[in-house]
Design a protein around this ligand. Structure first.
Ligand code: UD1
Ligand code: CA
Length: 506
């Protein structure tokens, strides 16, 4: 079969009903912008090779640059629509930009993120098999409000699509809706695009009007109804955005559970569509798994942890409340609770990263441990090395970042500062509380702190002095004979002279 289908994704609109500055298709649901979900489905069709799809074109307009960036990430080309005069106008811009060799157009909206590649494939097949001028993807909705309705003749043939605002009272009960997804025969569509008018409430060129025009020209229209109506849900309002987000997350959660992953309270999880999790792994409540995160077998991800582009081998434990970003955790690693791993932290097999430890751009080799309150930045930590509580690599001098290299089997005492660039040789010891500014050779003990001075009896003497001073303050004022109490002015003078007298005594 020749690859004669151009996929055209309409994504130029602002999305006025979202009442947001951001273009509608860039709003996120299920961990990705709406249009990214659509492009995932379309690229699944192109990737299959040998299929009928030749390429994907995205019609951009509102916030064109930002939408272009997403399209580019999926290898799609873009066509600019400016101004945006409706879905019919958008398709006309795309058709003008497509190679002539492409005889068919699969048109779909960029705001319907639940659509599956299988349904798009089925629609293309419906058009091929029937040879009609257009095949429509439709669905039956309990509540069809807001969608264009499919109007069928008594014979069952599709006659027209009528938008919500143009429905006659007797059409209000129509439940079959237009998905906005169509497979057109290009040569039959082209002359009709030129005939579209703007005689509607929005003064726009409606692509949907093409259906009645085709029928009037004696063409046939076929339709394929989705078994799963949710698949064509579009996003126009904030409430609809929330609904598709819930459905996308549920879809991913169900797919993972179907593969033997245990999810606690799956409705609280946010797992992106590109995340992969192996069987027998347990994911606790409130966890977010983003980007291209990959998790091995028999892992456990603790409650409220967030992993973005994290790669976990088998048997890894991430305890509650951790952040693992662009980092790798080897076999059997234990991390957290409350750990922060980022920017290429590479924690090798059997290593342990404990609570309130931050690791940035560092390699922690096999079996090493940093269990409490530590910062490791631009560091290499050798095998089975122990990093004591509160250790800090001082990697930044205010201008540049510098490396810290710690060998195998090293013991770094608690509260050590390692002022980079610095190296600690294999098997060395660093005494607790040291500030290490020079390299430590292998098997050496480094102590870098002020020497301790013990003053014998000092504390007891101090306590005694304090007790005497306190007793003196509590004595009642001495009034001698019948002497009158001092006048206010005299009292003030007495108060002023007191410190001077004390100073003299010292
Ligand atoms: C459209 C259909 C409706 C269908 C519904 C399904 C029309 C007239 N109506 O309505 O029958 O039930 O989709 O979701 O087509 N866009 C452009 N350029 C424009 C206008 C829109 O690229 O000038 C893009 C939008 O960014 C959006 C898509 O086309 O991604 C659909 O536009 P939208 O305004 O959401 O159409 P609906 O009113 O939902
Ligand atoms: Ca829409």
């Amino acid at each position: 079969m020749p690859a004669d289908v151009a996929i055209v994704v309409l994504a130029a609109g602002k999305g006025t009903r979202l009442k947001s500055e951001r273009a509608k298709v860039l709003h996120e649901a299920g961990g990705l912008p709406l249009i990214a979900h659509v492009l995932r489905a379309t690229t699944q069709l192109t990737r299959r090779g040998r299929g009928p799809v030749a390429g994907v074109w995205v019609v951009v307009g509102h916030q064109a640059e930002a939408v272009r960036a997403v399209a580019g990430a999926f290898g799609a080309r873009t066509v600019l629509q400016r101004p945006q005069l409706g879905t019919g106008h958008a398709v006309a811009q795309a058709v003008a930009a497509l190679p002539r060799s492409l005889a068919r157009l699969l048109v779909l909206p960029g705001d319907a993120p639940l659509v599956r590649a299988e349904s798009l494939g089925a629609l293309i097949e419906t058009q091929s098999d029937s040879g009609t001028a257009v095949a429509l993807l439709t669905a039956r909705f309990e509540n069809p409000y807001g969608y264009g309705r499919i109007v069928r003749a008594a014979s069952g043939e599709v006659e027209a699509i009528i938008e919500q605002s143009a429905l006659r009272p007797e059409q209000a009960g129509l439940r079959e809706v237009n998905s906005g997804i169509y497979c057109f025969h290009r040569a039959k569509l082209l002359p009709l695009l030129a005939q579209l008018g703007r005689d509607n409430v929005h003064r726009e060129y409606y692509l949907t009007d093409v259906i009645a025009l085709l029928r009037r020209a004696g063409e046939k229209v076929s339709a394929h109804m989705t078994a799963e109506p949710d698949e064509i849900l579009g996003v126009n309002t904030p409430a609809e955005l929330a609904r598709v987000d819930t459905l996308l997350r549920r879809r991913k959660a169900e797919a993972l559970m179907g593969c033997g992953v245990t999810l606690y309270q799956p409705e609280t999880l946010a797992i992106g569509p590109d995340v992969a999790v192996a069987p027998d792994t347990i994911i606790e409540r409130g966890v977010e798994l983003r980007g291209a995160t990959r998790i091995g077998r028999r892992c456990r991800i603790g409650a409220f942890s967030i992993l973005h582009n994290a790669v976990l081998a088998d048997n890894v434990t991430v305890k509650a409340h951790c952040l693992v970003l662009n980092s790798r955790l080897g076999e059997g690693v234990v991390v957290g609770p409350f750990a922060h791993l980022r920017d290429g932290a590479d924690i090798r097999a059997g290593a342990r990263i404990g609570n309130y430890v931050e690791v940035k751009k560092s390699v922690v080799r096999e079996g090493a441990k940093a269990q409490h309150l530590t910062y490791l930045g631009d560091a290499t930590v050798g095998r089975k090395t122990n990093i004591g509580a509160g250790t800090i690599t001082c990697n930044y001098d205010g201008v540049n970042k510098h490396p810290t290299t710690i060998g195998d089997g090293v013991f770094i005492g608690s509260g050590t500062e390692l002022v980079a660039p610095v190296k600690v040789g294999r098997g060395a010891y660093v005494a607790a509380g040291s500030t290490i500014t020079d390299n430590v050779p292998p098997d050496t003990l480094a102590i870098a702190r002020g020497r301790q001075v013990n003053k014998s009896g000092w504390a007891r003497t101090r306590r005694e002095k304090l007790a005497v001073a306190k007793a003196r303050k509590e004595e009642p004022p001495v009034t001698v004979g019948l002497a009158a109490p001092p006048r206010p002015a005299a009292r003030k003078r007495a108060a002023r002279s007191r410190p001077r007298r004390q100073a003299r005594r010292r």
